[in-house]
Ligand binder design. Structure first.
Ligand code: PLP
Ligand code: COI
Length: 339
């Protein structure tokens, strides 16, 4: 086994042995190439650099107790990447190219798949961008699809402990009819400044509101929001948030464990009424929320008084992770075994 402190890994870049690359040229996808270089060579007029023609994905592979490697819901990530490509006029990556790339990069880096029981997993980062030159504002004619991996631990340094979140009103991550629903780099660029300020002010992340009315909860910087009200899992429906695959899975798990699920607009005022709250995503998994502070209104919504994780968030977390690790029946075939 590798000499890596698996249990202490942060969520971050980690040099591994290989990455894979496929080019779209002359109207078609080429053969996948395996590379051991950490750098790429692209045209200085590449549209990704000038006009933000770039989208990425994030998914995880887990080593189970049985030693098998399970990849979680990759088809959903492939589908979302196609939607992102459509949204900013890039060449779409076909499922077979996506699947071959992610399975190859896992197998080539098998020594970096964290062992079972360490709490770490292998994060996959598929990346698609316009690599061909343009100076006018137009889509590129050439694209590069690349996947690298990194063994990672929890996204928030708190791990599975309640975090503090800052609700912001003086920044938007996405416009009402903009690109919030797809996973393009520009959304993240727009979130850097408020996120940095939130960190400096002692918060793990920001929570954005809908840009139009500033009345409804959209999502956290890198994750969706959910609240638990009595026996109901409540999560915002909005055209400007990223449809989270984790959230989609949690809605199913919530139903399976006997909760009601409410997917609808969630107003800020309603925060008062939640017994538990959390942020969810591939990187964040479930990050329970201790409190949300509305920065401008100087108002605090408290969810966890003693720093403990709420019972329903705990159950959702245990079930999701149990399925990902092959310990709980995977009744919807969310896992793909990598062989
Ligand atoms: N929202 C944003 C803005 C994200 O970047 C992510 C991460 O991918 C999510 C939500 C969670 O989505 P998923 O559960 O598919 O990882
Ligand atoms: C993910 O959860 O996969 C993300 O992409 C979140 C963040 C690291 C951008």
């Amino acid at each position: 086994m590798e000499n890596i402190a698996w249990g202490e890994l942060p969520f971050g870049y980690f040099k591994t042995d290989y990455n894979v690359r496929t080019y779209f040229r002359n109207g078609k996808w080429g053969e996948m190439e395996i590379s051991s270089s950490e750098t790429i060579n692209i045209h200085m007029a590449a549209t990704a650099l000038h006009y933000g023609q770039e989208a990425f994905e994030g998914l995880k592979a887990f080593r189970g107790k049985d030693g098998k490697i399970r990849l979680f819901r990759w088809k959903e990530n492939a589908k979302r990447m196609r939607r992102s490509a459509q949204g900013i006029m890039m060449a779409e990556v076909p499922d077979d190219v996506f699947f071959k790339s992610i399975t190859t990069v896992i197998k080539m880096n098998e020594r970096f798949v964290p062992p079972y029981g360490t709490g770490a997993s292998l994060y996959l980062r598929p990346l698609l961008f316009g690599s061909g030159p343009q100076v006018g504002v137009k889509p590129a004619e050439e694209y590069m699809f690349l996947v690298f991996v990194a063994p990672v631990g929890p996204y928030f340094k708190e791990g599975f402990k309640p975090v503090d979140i800052q609700l912001v009103r003086d920044y938007d991550r996405a416009a009402p009819l903009g690109t919030g629903h797809i996973k393009v780099g520009g959304n993240y660029a727009a979130s850097l400044r408020p996120a940095d300020r939130a960190h400096k002010e002692g918060f793990a992340s920001v929570l954005f509101l809908d840009a139009k009315e500033k009345k409804y909860i959209d999502e956290a910087g890198p994750a969706n929001f959910f609240g638990i009200k009595g026996n109901t899992y409540v999560t915002p429906e909005s055209n400007t948030i990223l449809p989270s695959i984790t959230n989609m899975s949690l809605r199913q798990i919530a139903k399976d464990i006997g909760l009601d699920v409410d997917l609808r607009r969630v107003s800020v005022d309603e925060l008062n009424t939640f017994d538990e709250a959390g942020a969810c995503g591939t990187a964040a998994i479930i990050s329970p929320i201790r409190k949300i502070v509305d920065r401008e209104k100087n108002k605090t919504y408290q969810f966890s008084k003693d720093g403990q994780v709420g019972p329903i968030s705990q159950k959702l977390y245990d079930t999701l992770l149990g399925i990902q690790l092959g310990e709980i029946e995977d009744k919807y075939n969310w896992n793909t075994i990598v062989e």
